[in-house]
Design a protein around this ligand. Structure first.
Ligand code: 7TS
Length: 415
């Protein structure tokens, strides 16, 4: 296949300049320039994020919220500033509605744990058929504990929610709903505002799993009016081990703490413990201070580029990659929703996705191969796994060309 693209660069978007901020990109893998297309698993970190962590450890390292000494005050200030940055990035009404967690998984478990006290046998929890295991298993565990029933809104062959079926599943029995904003296995972007509106007609609290969406889509939790929104920092150019739960204050105030320990209490005696106020009630123990500061730096960095510019660039890459994919006979895209984010999941006739992953690595190209922690999605499409290329702000059209050339090589090799 002759690859001769007409590159429609987004005006003013200087991807080469951005790439210079990501040291890891500048390396060879197996003798080839690295092409990193596994961003849905985790994204690379800009120098500003790395520097913020080094700065913290070299200058301010101390435990937070407890010391009166200068380093502790500095560490606390940086940690709480990061909370403000997250709140502002999601347009939360107050930074008190931001709870730091290890990531999306822990944030979902925190909420599921609290709702175990609120649900009873016969109640229903609604999810969709395109969820990541992180947004399935905690709800199954909740149902097991309470006797509630898990309902799953189906998807169509394009990997889109079937709207009528979803609406039909919402009723007075529905007591909680958890929905991904964007599917990690398919790239589908759900109509979450419309879904939230329908769910609210029945007073259903809604959790949005934004792990995939937040690096690509401007999120406004007040406009969405969701009760909860969770994400992981490491997909948002921040370190691993840090993420956030947004929760409406009226919800968080009436939720049981997730873990007991230091910092989440106001008074402890052997007879009784009074919990700290929100959000500290949910942050037991010494948190990931360095990671939180890194998350704040990542948000500053994203804001300096502009989330809308990033989204436009990534959508253009996806469109380009999708067009080129259509020219490869043996390639089938899994997930062809009308509204899609920067994820290209695919299978190749006669080649196992794991072989695709391995052989691409031989060409310096990092893609994911597997079930992507979304086994029910694989079952639905009748495939054991897919190969997945996922784009970030620093990817280029040339890298898409390299991906397509890599796939062509593979097809040739496997005959
Ligand atoms: N929700 C979605 C939609 C995800 O894509 C992931 C991780 C999670 C939740 C869990 O995030 P964690 O940071 O708490 O693990 N998704 C992927 C992926 O697609 N490949 O590796 C991890």
């Amino acid at each position: 296949m002759a690859i001769n693209p007409v590159l429609s660069n987004i005006e003013g978007y200087d991807v080469e300049r951005i790439r210079q901020d990501f040291p890891v990109l500048n390396q060879q893998v197996r003798g080839k320039q690295l092409v990193y297309l596994d961003n849905a698993a985790t994204s690379q970190k800009p120098k500003a994020v790395i520097d913020s962590i080094v700065h913290y450890y070299e200058n301010d390292n101390a435990n937070i919220h407890r010391g009166v000494h200068t380093l502790s005050e500095r560490a606390t200030l940086s940690y709480e500033n990061a909370r403000k940055k997250v709140a502002s990035f999601m347009n939360a009404a107050s930074e008190k509605e931001i709870v730091f967690a290890r990531g999306a998984t822990e944030a979902i478990n925190l909420v599921a744990n609290a709702f175990a006290q609120k649900l009873k046998a016969g109640d229903e929890v609604l999810i969709t058929a395109m969820e990541h295991h992180s947004n399935i298993v905690p709800w199954q565990m909740l149902c097991e504990k309470t006797g509630a029933v898990l309902k799953v809104a189906p998807i169509n062959d394009k990997g889109e929610l079937i709207w009528d079926a979803f609406e039909a599943l919402v009723s007075n029995k529905t007591k909680f709903a958890a929905v991904s904003h964007m599917s990690n296995a398919l790239g589908t972007i759900n109509p979450i505002k419309q879904m939230i509106d329908v769910l609210h007609q029945f007073d259903v609290p809604v959790l949005i799993d934004g792990a995939q969406a937040i690096p690509h889509i401007a999120v406004d939790v007040q406009a969405l009016d969701c009760e909860f929104y969770v994400f992981s920092g490491h997909k948002l150019y921040a370190p691993t081990g840090i993420g956030a739960l947004y929760g409406k204050m009226e919800q968080l105030e009436h939720m049981a703490p997730y873990q007991g320990g230091g910092d989440m209490i106001s008074i402890v005696t052997f007879e009784n413990t009074a919990y700290n106020k929100v959000p500290y009630k949910f942050e037991a123990g010494t948190p990931n201070i360095a990671g939180t500061i890194g998350l704040g730096a990542a948000i500053d960095y994203i804001n300096s580029v502009g989330i809308d510019a990033i989204a436009a660039h990534e959508n253009s890459l996806l469109e380009y990659a999708t067009d080129l994919s259509h020219k490869i006979d043996k390639l089938r895209i899994i997930g062809t929703a009308d509204n899609k984010g920067a994820i290209l999941s695919f299978v190749l006739d006669g080649i196992h996705p794991h072989d695709i992953g391995t052989m691409m690595d031989h060409q310096g190209i990092a893609v994911r191969a597997g079930h992507h922690c979304a086994m029910p999605v694989m079952d639905f499409f009748g495939v054991p796994a897919t190969a997945r290329a996922s784009f970030a702000m620093y990817n280029t059209y040339e890298e898409v060309d390299a991906l397509m050339a890599g796939i062509e090589n593979l097809i040739e090799m496997f005959g």
